[in-house]
Design a protein around this ligand. Structure first.
Ligand SMILES: [Zn+2]
Ligand SMILES: [Zn+2]
Length: 287
């Protein structure tokens, strides 16, 4: 499978000279199956540019849209996602518990007047509910993907809840866990061991790493992990590659460079071959 990162900034978009290298767009990930089917995870601001790209591909009309949760940095790009305005597109929507109604509601409510000039009901695309992604195998989540791709989900440790996803095919697995606070128990979240099991031997894990240990003294309970938490999870799970994600909006490019160096040194000291990097807007990865 091929993966493109269209947005990796956490909490709010952060354009500007100090974030230009890692990028300021908020969460949006594109996954293409081996057969070329399209899966989009989250509709943060990064989805706007992905939409422009998809319009150029006449053959793509069916899109799986999976949402981790309803916070604005994961939703606010949707009204600017141009394929939603064309009748040739169909979307299979998936998300957390009650997804049958609530994912659609998340998307609708943010376009209610007076928040946005176009109402959701004016969109021309077709929206179908997929499954409620509770804990386990999401049988119907990838309605528009061939059966060689499997999708599993796990509840996140995050305020207001959410879900993480694992995609597996014959070449390996990709786990996406953003907005997940490993060291804290939020209602509906899972114990650390469950995340270790979920990530076991993944070829690629992209995980929330918003805070440094020194910052976490203040931010504990906010729903995000530290760099060390993400590393320890990847190491314990035997992951091959770890992408650090949900960069703090105040984190400069130079600070991220320093933190990635720190992470690589940490991995070396543990004697592991884990490959660790910070996600970059526009980055292309394959599993
Ligand atoms: Zn977020
Ligand atoms: Zn969130």
């Amino acid at each position: 499978m091929n993966i493109v990162i269209w947005g990796c900034r956490g909490s709010i978009t952060s354009p500007g000279p100090s974030t230009i290298r890692y990028g300021g767009e908020s969460t949006c990930i594109e996954v293409r199956t081996g057969a070329g089917d399209v899966i989009i995870i989250d509709a943060g601001s990064g989805i706007r540019k992905l939409g422009r790209q998809l319009l150029k591909e006449q053959s793509v009309t069916k899109i799986n849209l999976l949402l981790t949760h309803s916070h604005w940095d994961h939703l606010a790009g949707f009204p600017f996602f141009q394929p939603a305005y064309f009748s040739r597109y169909s979307f299979a929507l998936c998300g957390g518990s009650d997804a049958q109604t609530s994912v659609l509601k998340y998307l609708m409510h943010q376009m209610d007047p007076p928040y946005f000039p176009v109402n959701f009901t004016e969109l021309k695309a077709r929206f179908e509910s997929g499954c409620c992604c509770n804990n386990g195998l999401c049988e119907k989540s990838l309605q528009y993907a061939d059966r060689s791709m499997r999708c599993e989900s796990i509840p996140l440790n995050h305020p207001n809840g959410g879900v993480g996803f694992k995609f597996s095919d014959s070449s390996g697995s990709f786990v996406f866990l953003t907005d997940n606070e490993i060291r804290y128990s939020h209602p509906g979240g899972m114990p650390r061991d469950a995340y270790v099991g979920f990530c076991r031997n993944a070829g690629l894990l992209i995980h929330d790493a918003q805070f440094e240990e020194s910052e976490y003294k203040k931010t504990r309970g906010w729903g995000h992990s530290t760099f060390q938490d993400a590393l320890d999870l990847a190491l314990d799970a035997g992951v091959q590659r770890l992408g650090l994600f949900h960069h703090d909006p105040d984190r400069t490019d130079d600070e991220l460079d320093r933190l990635v160096d720190w992470c690589r040194n940490y991995v070396r000291q543990k004697g592991s071959s884990l490959e660790c990097f910070a996600c970059v807007e526009g980055m292309k990865l394959s599993v």
